[in-house]
Design a protein around this ligand. Structure first.
Ligand code: LLP
Length: 423
C-alpha cells in the first residue's frame, strides 16, 4: 500500500476531489455527513445508470441486475428503467421488487431451495424466467405448473469450471450446492424431466461460476459447456450468470462489463452458436460496487505498542466483507482527500469483538483523527444488502445523488424499527 492520495478510479464516476471536500453527483460528501449523519451510504446515480446501460448494451434483452448485491425499491426501478431485468434469489427479494413496481415479466427467479410458497408466488405473478436448481424443485413444479399456470424456465447447470476467486463465492465447480452437474448426467436428466411438465417451457441453460472473478477465461469455458446443450436441445437462451469482479484497492483492475460481453460474444461465435441464441448475464457487483462510498466519523484513536487503532461509528454491521472474505478496502479523509496518506492505522468498527476490522492496514493523511469524516470507496455491493443489526446497531441511511440533488432512498433505521419484532 502507499502514502499516495486515494486513486480517482476507485471513486464513483462523477467524483471531484477538492482540497477540503469530495463532491459526488454534484453534492458535497462533507455536507451529506453533516445533514444525514454517519455511517451513511452515498450512491452516485450516474454511475449506477451508466453501468446498467453498459450491461444492457453488452448482452441481449433479458440481461438482469442481480439484486442480492444491493436492493431497495429505488435501485430496482432504476435498473428496470435502464433496460435490465431483475434477478431475485428469494421470496423476500421477489416481494420487494414487485412492491417497487417492476413488472413480474422483468423478474428472474433463482434459489437453490425455493419453497412451495416461493414457487407458487413466482408462477402466480408470472415471472419472466424461473431458474430451476434441483430435482425436488422439479417435483414441486410438476404439481404447480399446468397450461393455465404456465412457466418459462432455465435450467441451472454446474459446468465444472473452477473460477479464480474466494472459495465461499465459487460456484461453478462440481462440489457445490448449486445446479445440476453436467459431468454426472444430472443436467441431462433434469432437462428430460422438465420437458415432460405440461405448461412448462424450458428456454435455455444457465450457469454461474462464482463472484468477484477477474479472469474472463472461466466465463468462456462455462459458455463452451453450455453451448453443447444449446446445440443438442435447440434452446434459444444461454446465461453465463454474474460474477464479474471489480477493483477494490489501488493496483487492481478488472475487465469492464463491455469487455465481458465482447468475450462472451466472441466465444459464442467460436463455438458456432447460432446467432439467434440470446446471450445473457446477471451482474450485481459490477453494476453497483463502485457507485457508492460509505461515510464514517472517527470516534476514537488508540495507539498501542504494535499499531494504532482508529475506530469509526459503523463496522462489520454495515460491511461484513472484510470479516467474511478477508476483502481489502481503502479509506480516505473526505476533508483532505488530495493529501498524501502516511498514517497507517487499523480501521475498526464499534462492535464488541476484535474481529470487527474494516481495513487491516488503512492509510490516511497525518491530520486524520477524532471527528474526521472518512470514506471507504467501492462499498456499493454486498454492504447494505448484507448489513445486520449486530449489537443493535441501526442500519445506515442510503442516499442517491445526481446533478446536485440528494434523494434519501432508505432512511436510517431507528431503535423503534429494531424493537418492532418484540411480541
Ligand atoms: N447470479 C447468481 C446465480 C449468483 O449467485 C450471483 C451471486 C450473481 C448472479 C451476482 O454475482 P455478482 O455479479 O454480484 O458477483 N456476498 C459475496 C458475493 C456473493 C455472491 C452470490 N451470488 C461478496 O460480498 O463478495
Amino acid at each position: 500500500m502507499s502514502a499516495e492520495p486515494i486513486v480517482a478510479s476507485l471513486l464513483p464516476d462523477t467524483a471531484e476531489i477538492t482540497s477540503n471536500d469530495v463532491i459526488v453527483g454534484g453534492v458535497s460528501l462533507r455536507g451529506l455527513a453533516g445533514s444525514y449523519g454517519t455511517p451513511l451510504f452515498v450512491y452516485d446515480e450516474e454511475t449506477l445508470r451508466a453501468r446498467c446501460r453498459e450491461a444492457a448494451g453488452a448482452f441481449d434483452d433479458g440481461v438482469a441486475f442481480a439484486s442480492k448485491s444491493f436492493l431497495c425499491g429505488a435501485m430496482a426501478r432504476l435498473a428496470f428503467e435502464e433496460g435490465l431485468c431483475i434477478d431475485v434469489a428469494t421470496g423476500g427479494e421477489l416481494d420487494l421488487v414487485l412492491r417497487s413496481g417492476v413488472p413480474a415479466g422483468r423478474i428472474i427467479m433463482h434459489g437453490n431451495n425455493k419453497s412451495a410458497d416461493e414457487l407458487e408466488r413466482a408462477i402466480a405473478v408470472g415471472v419472466h424466467r424461473l431458474v430451476v436448481d434441483n430435482f425436488e424443485e422439479i417435483a414441486l413444479l410438476s404439481t404447480l405448473v399446468n397450461h393455465s399456470s404456465p412457466l418459462d424456465c432455465l435450467v441451472r447447470v454446474t459446468p465444472g469450471v473452477e473460477a479464480h476467486t474466494h472459495e465461499f463465492v465459487r460456484t461453478g465447480q462440481e462440489d457445490t450446492k448449486f445446479g445440476f452437474s453436467v459431468a454426472t448426467g444430472d443436467a441431462r436428466q433434469a432437462i428430460h424431466e422438465l420437458r415432460a411438465i405440461p405448461g412448462l417451457t424450458l428456454r435455455g441453460v444457465h450457469a454461474h461460476i462464482g463472484s468477484q472473478v477477474f479472469e474472463l477465461i472461466g466465463f468462456v469455458e462455462s459458455l463452451t459447456i453450455l453451448a453443447k446443450f444449446i446445440a443438442e436441445d435447440g434452446f434459444d437462451e444461454l446465461c453465463v450468470g454474474g460474477g464479474l469482479g471489480v477493483a477494490y484497492v489501488a493496483g487492481e483492475s478488472a475487465p469492464s462489463i463491455h469487455e465481458w460481453g465482447d468475450a462472451i460474444r466472441v466465444a459464442a461465435l467460436e463455438v458456432g452458436l447460432d446467432s439467434n441464441v440470446r446471450l445473457l448475464a446477471e451482474p450485481g457487483r459490477a453494476i453497483v460496487a463502485q457507485a457508492a462510498v460509505t461515510l464514517y466519523e472517527v470516534g476514537a484513536v488508540k495507539p498501542v505498542a504494535q499499531r494504532t487503532y482508529m475506530a469509526v461509528d459503523g463496522g462489520m454491521s454495515d460491511n461484513p466483507r472484510p470479516v467474511l472474505y478477508g476483502s481489502g478496502y481503502e479509506a480516505f479523509d473526505v476533508g483532505d482527500a488530495l493529501a498524501p496518506r502516511p498514517q497507517n492505522v487499523r480501521l475498526v468498527g464499534k462492535h464488541c469483538e476484535s474481529g470487527d476490522v474494516l481495513i487491516d492496514e488503512a492509510w490516511l493523511p497525518a491530520s486524520t483523527g477524532v471527528r474526521s469524516i472518512i470514506a471507504t470507496p467501492v462499498t456499493g455491493a454486498y454492504g447494505y444488502s448484507m448489513a445486520s443489526n449486530y449489537n443493535r446497531v441501526p442500519r445506515p441511511a442510503v442516499l442517491f445523488v445526481r446533478d446536485g440533488v440528494t434523494r434519501e432512498v432508505l432512511r436510517r433505521e431507528t431503535f423503534d424499527d429494531m424493537a418492532r419484532l418484540e411480541v
